[in-house]
Design a protein around this ligand. Structure first.
Ligand code: PLP
Length: 391
């Protein structure tokens, strides 16, 4: 590529640390090393800085600071929500409801609970990946303990009607959790005004650090901890706190809250230009996921007839200095297995291998979008010619 600066369009996998977040974290990786549980001045300062971060995270989603529990990741928040709610109600035979396109942090936790005797209902999605709230209502049983539906899907970008599903779930007398790891900082939440009881988020998806997350737990909701020990985080997550990480998550949440409206507008414009440019230039390209109700920075594209070549396209783009991912990113195994998310949308196994995911973030520019549009159609075309000549 003429301009040799690499372009990063994989913000759904992880986002670059905002420099302002790094600055906020720096003292807590250096001179400020006190343990927040210590009674001396360095310990009290560490404790106070965690309190401040708790306020910042709470403000992003309209919660109260005491309703935020810091964890070690989005995955841990999801595990704590599901296993914690089920374990806290262990006297009753449990039932859990979730959707077919949840992240493995939810689906694998749900399956582990199922192996321990918890009944599991997995509701389907439609062709653009939306859960029908009526399906959730119909899935509720007297013994249902929790419904967990993600706010935004990582693979296809579709937003779920979580406010409506939360209301229906509350009408049924059941707790509602949402995995908002992709949505927090990209979609406006006001948990106090909604019927959402638990919400997971993760630092590294909103220009904060990796290895830190948070779980919103509505006041009055009882959870059993997964990690036992010294009783930090109100006994819900024992372990000496990751002070620098928590400070970073707090600052990242504060910045996300300040810039939310302008970033949604800017990223939606870049996304729409990218989608239109690809669909215009590649006759066989089609958009995957909901065309309207999707994450502001999320583009997921299939190329008919070339679905098996998504990884080749990713590698060709990588060679050209553009980092993107295929539809089955976000797991440790980089196999060409068909994506369960695309299969849940009705794709057959061949087409389910074929998505290219380009996800934009705060640092991306219109110029970068044009540079990708200048290179992508040519790569799609040359891969098609190679494939045709092999037949
Ligand atoms: N949930 C969703 C929707 C995600 O996209 C991810 C990460 O990709 C996770 C959960 C896991 O978050 P973390 O990487 O912080 O464990």
């Amino acid at each position: 590529m003429a301009n040799d600066r690499a372009i990063y369009f994989d913000n759904a996998a992880t986002t670059p640390l905002d420099l302002r977040v790094g600055e906020a974290m720096a003292p807590w990786l250096g001179d400020e090393y006190g343990n927040p549980s210590s009674l001396h001045a360095p310990g009290r300062r560490a404790h106070a800085t965690i309190d401040k971060a708790r306020e910042q995270v709470a403000a992003l989603i309209g919660a109260r600071p005491q309703e935020i529990v810091f964890t070690g990741s989005g995955t841990e928040s999801d595990n704590l929500a599901l296993a914690g709610v089920i374990a806290a109600q262990c006297d009753a035979p449990g039932h859990l409801v979730t959707s077919a396109i949840e992240h493995p942090a939810i689906l694998e936790t749900a399956r582990a609970l199922q192996r321990r005797g918890v009944a599991l209902t997995i509701v389907p999605v439609d062709a653009v990946g939306r859960v029908d709230p009526d399906d959730v209502w119909r899935a509720l049983r007297p013994e249902t303990q929790l419904v967990s539906i993600m706010a935004a899907n990582n693979v296809i970008g579709t937003l779920q009607p979580v406010e409506e599903i939360a209301r229906i779930t509350r009408d049924g007398g059941v707790l509602f959790h949402t995995d908002a790891v992709q949505a927090a900082g990209a979609v406006r939440f006001d948990v106090a005004a909604s019927a959402i009881d638990l919400l997971s988020l993760s630092g590294h998806k909103l220009h904060g650090p990796k290895g830190v997350g948070a779980l919103y737990v509505r006041q009055g909701v009882t959870l059993a901890p997964l990690i036992h020990g010294g009783g930090q985080e109100r006994g819900l997550r024992s372990a000496t706190e990751n002070v620098a990480g928590i400070v970073g998550l707090g600052r990242a949440a504060e910045l996300a809250a300040v810039h939310l409206s302008s970033e949604i507008a800017a990223l939606s414009a870049l996304r729409d230009r990218l989608i239109a440019g690809i669909l215009d230039a590649c006759r066989n390209a089609y958009l995957i996921g909901d065309p309207v109700r999707r994450l502001a920075g999320h583009v997921c594209i299939g190329f008919s007839g070339q679905e098996g070549e998504a990884i080749r396209l990713l590698l060709a783009l990588d060679e050209a200095g553009v980092a993107v991912s295929t539809g089955s990113a976000c797991s440790a195994s980089h196999t060409a297995e068909p994506s369960y998310v695309l299969q849940a949308l009705g794709f057959d196994a061949f087409r389910a291998r074929g998505a290219l995911r380009l996800t934009l973030g705060r640092q991306n520019t219109a110029e970068e979008v044009e540079r990708v549009l200048a290179v992508l159609p040519g790569l799609v075309g040359s891969l098609r010619r190679i494939a045709t000549s092999r037949r």
